[in-house]
Design a protein around this ligand. Structure first.
Ligand SMILES: [Zn+2]
Length: 348
């Protein structure tokens, strides 16, 4: 019996893992630029494998890869005709991997499956026609997801509270729990002018089960914002930062600059990547703030997720291969005199 989202939130921290689009782009299965998850239909095994890697690393939720799988984006890449198949297949893949975990007797009896929608780039708060178009896109995507079977829906990287509220209504119309998170690209306000904490308070009042932030900011610049949200709402809070070392000068991954001053986002962010230790520390800090759903977004690797799970006190399937530096030839306590002779050159 798989524990429900509500049961898991009551029992402790839920560990999320995302970043499928960035990781599958690095692996050569998604085109940077449009970032449409064509991989779901073209290389389903690649998606299945990444789900498995996050699952083995301790993720409690398999998020269906329907990010940017909406009508407008598929039109951009000439695949509008594949819209329904792509959305249904993404949920089927996530479900099949979650079922494997249940069969294995994985954590809490297996992983939950989340449907997923995101910012559409079609919404304009001053144009009611766009709200109708967004609602239609979410409705078709999430109706297919609900038919395939999801435990809840994550609406994420919302730039506008208005667009997030449309997603929330559609999710509630399907009778599913909603996790709605905002993309904190600006210092304090959504693009339609709400303080992030205020926007979360409104989403919570409208019935979202979980509210919070995801994407754009790394742990250091995300935590102060999520602390305010935690202080503002009663419901569960989610935080899923990007694993990049953002700071006061470059608070978002979009503002990070390479040594030559060029923009690092989105495909030259590698030198800013957080270590697994950074993310482990973040997971503990978020939990200690009272955040209920702690995860990771664009840039994530399974090693980050495993370190977060272990920092939260869990042993996960991939823990079998967690580091044992006491067995490293140079770092072991009984390092041989011959190998120890190399240490000065390593310390130079
Ligand atoms: Zn992201």
């Amino acid at each position: 019996m798989v524990a429900s989202l509500a049961e898991r939130l009551r029992a402790g921290t839920v560990l999320g893992a995302e970043g499928y689009v960035f990781e599958l782009e690095r692996r050569g299965y998604i085109k940077a630029g449009p970032f449409v998850p064509e991989v779901v239909l073209d290389f389903p095994e690649a998606v299945r494998e990444l789900h498995r890697e996050f699952l083995r690393a301790g993720a409690d939720v398999m998020v269906a890869l329907t990010y940017y799988a909406h009508r407008e984006k598929l039109r951009d890449v000439g695949r509008e005709g594949d819209l329904e198949a792509m959305n249904r297949q993404a949920v089927r893949i996530a479900r099949s991997v979650a079922a494997e975990s249940a069969a294995d007797g994985g954590a809490a009896g297996g992983a939950l499956v989340a449907g997923n929608v995101c910012n559409t780039w079609a919404y304009d708060p001053d144009d009611p026609f766009t709200a109708r178009a967004v609602r239609a896109m979410y409705t078709e995507q999430l109706s297919w997801a609900a038919q395939e079977g999801v435990d809840f829906v994550i609406s994420e990287t919302n730039d506008y509270l208005g667009e997030a509220l449309i997603a929330l209504e559609v999710i509630q119309g399907l009778g599913l729990p909603a996790m709605v998170t905002l993309a904190p690209t600006q210092p304090h306000l959504t693009r339609d002018g709400y303080e992030y904490a205020d926007a979360c308070r409104i989403l919570a009042a409208e019935g979202a089960a979980i509210v919070g932030l995801n994407c754009d900011r790394g742990p250091r610049t995300m935590l102060p914002l999520i602390a305010r949200i935690r202080d503002t709402v009663e419901c569960a809070v989610a935080v899923q930062p990007v694993p990049y070392r953002t700071d006061a000068i470059a608070p978002t991954m979009e503002t990070l600059r390479g040594l030559d001053g060029s923009r690092a986002f989105p495909i030259a962010l590698d030198p800013f990547t957080c270590t697994r230790f950074d993310m482990a520390q973040f997971a503990v800090q978020a939990r200690d703030l009272g955040v209920n759903y702690v995860g990771i977004c664009c840039g994530a690797g399974p090693h980050h997720v495993r370190a977060m799970a272990e920092a939260l006190g869990r042993e996960v399937p991939a823990s079998k291969y967690s580091p044992s530096m006491n067995l490293h030839p140079m770092f072991r306590p009984d390092v041989s005199a011959r190998d120890a002779a190399f240490l000065p050159s390593w310390n130079a």
